[in-house]
Design a protein around this ligand. Structure first.
Ligand code: FES
Length: 126
């Protein structure tokens, strides 16, 4: 089991290896995932106050960079549960006026399931 704390909501035990966005949703939080978990929309963005992973998928890193969110937020569709994490979801259905969170997420990270550190990704042009 993995332990996640969601600020203002509570602390939960969730399955290891879940996509963080799905884990947050399973705790009753209406987090957005408008692109279906493909690192395109950034509506699954969260802020970490503890346990932020040091690695990114290539897709997450480049999307955060493109949207000037590097260092500000992470994409919870690109992170899997494991070590304890404390997060705050930043775009919730109830706050954004959406009718739904977006398409269901695949159980595996899309478009890739490989993680790299910032040094490895800094000069990556893809
Ligand atoms: S970037 Fe769209 S769901 Fe994560």
């Amino acid at each position: 089991m993995a332990n996640i704390s969601i600020e203002g909501v509570g602390t939960f035990d969730v399955k290891d290896g879940l996509r963080l966005a799905q884990a947050i949703e399973s705790c009753g939080v209406d987090i957005g995932h408008r692109c279906g978990g493909n690192a395109r929309c950034t509506t699954c963005r969260v802020q970490f106050s503890d346990g932020e992973p040091a690695t990114y998928t290539r897709a997450e890193y480049h999307k955060l960079k493109e949207r000037n969110l590097l260092g500000e937020a992470r994409l919870s569709c690109q992170i899997v549960t494991g070590p304890p994490m404390t997060v705050q979801p930043l775009m919730r259905v109830s706050e954004m006026g959406w009718s739904d969170p977006g398409p269901d997420l695949d159980s595996t990270v899309q478009p890739e399931a490989a993680w790299f550190n910032e040094v490895e990704l800094a000069d990556d042009a893809s």
